[in-house]
Design a binder for this molecule. Sequence first.
Ligand code: GAR
Length: 206
Amino acid sequence: MKIGVLLSGSGSNLQAIIDAVKNGSLPVEIGLVLSDNPDAFGLRRAEKAGIKTRYIPPGPKRTVLSPGAEEKYVTALKEAGVELVCLAGFMRVIKDKILAAFPGRVLNIHPSILPSFPGLKAWKQALDYGVRFTGCTVHLVENSVDTGPIILQAVVPVRPEDIPETLLSRIHQQEHIIYPLAIKLFAEGKLEISGRQVRILNQVSS
Ligand code: GAR
């Protein structure tokens, strides 16, 4: 299965996906890495790994792609033969055009146990709230912010001495485990989705 990765920043999750593909634990091909930010370090990571990259200007709004930009994202993904779109720190809300072009085929990783703490800086929201546990979630994307059927979650305890950076670093460690795993489950057809429920089918192949 060919996947496309959309990112806006550092791309540490992209790196985890690249590493998993390279070491043979993730049976997909990364067909394209797309960004709304020409300076995203994730684009440099992709180039270094020999993966096709593109920067497509997002349009004037800060939180969404303009309709014209969305069309260009869809065209670029389709031209690259992408079958599954993985958002990896893409900091814009995905709207109808991309979702209609890839129905049930857009994944996102979010740095909290959804539905707690959607939106920006979820790890800081968790720290400020005073929760004892937070974590990360991989989910299918719906036409809303950080919602959709949940595929995998990992829990990270909040330590008394945590500051935002230490907590985020431990959440990232878990993201880098569960995102490649969720993509693998999707690519191998091991996810059965019924409404909000995602069942993981028997992982032992016959
Ligand atoms: C990740 O922590 C991801 O969960 C978050 O952006 C970060 C990107 O890091 N995404 C969201 O907050 C989406 N709502 P990375 O660029 O190092 O992969």
